[in-house]
Design a protein around this ligand. Structure first.
Ligand SMILES: Nc1ncnc2c1ncn2[C@@H]1O[C@H](COP(=O)(O)OP(=O)(O)OP(=O)(O)O)[C@@H](O)[C@H]1O
Ligand SMILES: [Mg+2]
Length: 379
C-alpha cells in the first residue's frame, strides 16, 4: 500500500498542496515551522480521522478559514482508492471513492494503514502508563477490525461499574444482580482485550530485538506486557478475575472505582534486564520506540495483507551518523516511507534506490527532486 497523491486545502499552514509521492522514499525538508510535521499529520488524519497530536479537529483548519480538506489516492494491489476528509467548524465528513462513510470505525477499517514515529512518541517510554495504553489501543485498532468495538464496549462497562462502586461507597441503593451481570461482562471484555494485547506484544517481541540490534548494535531489547491475567499458571482466567473482584470488593468500594482490568495495563522496556525508562539514554529510548514501531511492519503484512505507510517525523535528530545510516540501511526496503528533516545534507540519498525530495517553505513546496537509482532530475 502506498500514497500516490496527496491534496490539501486550508490544512494548518497550507493554502493548497498537491503532490505526487514516490512509492519508496520521500524526504520532506525545510527549516523549523514551515509545515513538515503538518504534512505528515494530514496523512495520519486521512488514515485515522484524527490527529496523532492531541489537537482538536478545529485546530487543523487554517486560521482565518472555516473548512479544510484532505484528499489522498492510495494504491494497493494495483487498485487505486480515493480517500477524502472534509472538516468544517462543526462537521467531519469521511469519504471513500466519493461515497460517504458514516461510521468512523468502518472508515478506519478500510483506510490507510499507518505507522508514525514522531518526537512526542518518547512519552511511550518516559510518560505515564496512559501513553503506553494509548499506544496499544491505536496500533491494535488499525490491526484488528474488532479491537475498537471491544474497547468501546469495555469502556462503557467500566464507566457503569465505576458508577455502581461510587453508589456503594456512598451507601446508596443499587441493584446487586445488575452489578454482578456488569462485572461478568466486564471480565469477558477484559479477557478479550488481554488476549489481543498479549498477542500483539508477543509478535512485536519476535521482531524488535533484531531491529534494535541493527540500528544500535546492542542486543537484549525486550518489551514486557503486564496485566492481571499475565500469570501463565492461571488456567481459568475468567474465574480468577471474578474471584479477584469478589475478594477485593471492599477495597473497590473504598476507592469508588474498578481496580483491576486492562485500564490498568502496563508495558515495560528492557535492555538486558535493565529497565530503559530508568537506565536508558535519550537516544536508547528513541531507538526503543522506533524499533517497536518498525517491528509492526510485518504485523500489518500479516493481519492487513499489506505493508503500512511509514511516517517518520524528525527521526534523525539527536542521533549520531552511524545510527542514521543504520536506520537508512534498514529502510532501504520496499515500503513507502515519508521522512521529515531540517538537514538534508546529512542524509545519504544514494542509499535509497528511489527517492522524492520536497523542500517546504511557509506551507508551500518550493523545490521537488526525483532520484531514481543514480539518475537525478529536478522538476
Ligand atoms: N491551523 C493553523 N492555521 C495556520 N497555521 C498553522 C495552523 N496550525 C499550525 N500552523 C503553523 O504551522 C507552522 C508549524 O508547522 P509544523 O509544525 O509543520 O513545522 P515543522 O516544519 O515541522 O517545524 P519543526 O522543524 O520545528 O518541527 C507554524 O508556523 C504554525 O503557526
Ligand atoms: Mg516538526
Amino acid at each position: 500500500m502506498y500514497l500516490e497523491r496527496l491534496e490539501l486545502q486550508n490544512f494548518r499552514n497550507y493554502d493548497y498542496l498537491n503532490i505526487k509521492l514516490n512509492s519508496h522514499v520521500n524526504i520532506i525538508y525545510g527549516n523549523n515551522a514551515q509545515g513538515k510535521t503538518n504534512l505528515l499529520e494530514s496523512i495520519y488524519v486521512l488514515g485515522l480521522t484524527r490527529s496523532h497530536l492531541l489537537h482538536l479537529d478545529n485546530n487543523l483548519i487554517k486560521i482565518g478559514t472555516n473548512f479544510c480538506k484532505i484528499k489522498g489516492s492510495i494504491k494497493k494491489n494495483k487498485i487505486t482508492t480515493k480517500y477524502e476528509i472534509d472538516y468544517n467548524l462543526d462537521k467531519k465528513t469521511l469519504k471513500i471513492d466519493k461515497q460517504e462513510i458514516k461510521k468512523i470505525s468502518d472508515y478506519i477499517n478500510n483506510s490507510l494503514n499507518i505507522i508514525i514515529f514522531y518526537p512526542e512518541d518518547l512519552e511511550i517510554i518516559k510518560g505515564s502508563p496512559n501513553n503506553r495504553r494509548n499506544f496499544l489501543n491505536i496500533e491494535l485498532s488499525q490491526l484488528s477490525n474488532n479491537y475498537l468495538k471491544i474497547l468501546n464496549e469495555f469502556n462503557k462497562l467500566l464507566k457503569i461499574r465505576n458508577e455502581y462502586l461510587k453508589k456503594m461507597s456512598k451507601n446508596q441503593e443499587y441493584n446487586k444482580t445488575y452489578f454482578e451481570i456488569i462485572t461478568n461482562y466486564f471480565v469477558d471484555k477484559s479477557l478479550l482485550i488481554y488476549k489481543m494485547r498479549k498477542k500483539f506484544v508477543d509478535k512485536l517481541n519476535e521482531n524488535c530485538e533484531k531491529i534494535f540490534y541493527e540500528i544500535t548494535k546492542l542486543s537484549g531489547f525486550k518489551i514486557q506486557y503486564i496485566n492481571n491475567f499475565s500469570d501463565e499458571n492461571i488456567i481459568d482466567k475468567k474465574q480468577f478475575m471474578l474471584d479477584k473482584f469478589t475478594k477485593n470488593i471492599n477495597k473497590e468500594i473504598k476507592f469508588g472505582s474498578t481496580l483491576y482490568g486492562p485500564h490498568r495495563d502496563e508495558l515495560e522496556f528492557f535492555l538486558n534486564d535493565k529497565n530503559i525508562k530508568l537506565y536508558g539514554s535519550q537516544g536508547q529510548k528513541r531507538m526503543a520506540v522506533l524499533s517497536m514501531k518498525l517491528a509492526e511492519i510485518p504485523l500489518f503484512e500479516q493481519f492487513k495483507n499489506s505493508k503500512p505507510i511509514l511516517l517518520l517525523d524528525d527521526v534523525f535528530s539527536e542521533l549520531d551518523d552511524t545510527k542514521k545510516n543504520n536506520i537508512i540501511k534498514y529502510l532501504a526496503d520496499d515500503i513507502q516511507v515519508i521522512i521529515t528533516t531540517t538537514e538534508i545534507k546529512k542524509i545519504n540519498k544514494k542509499k535509497f534506490s528511489s527517492v522524492n525530495i520536497f523542500k517546504i517553505k511557509e506551507g508551500k513546496i518550493i523545490k521537488t527532486e526525483e532520484v531514481e537509482g543514480n539518475e537525478r532530475k529536478s522538476l
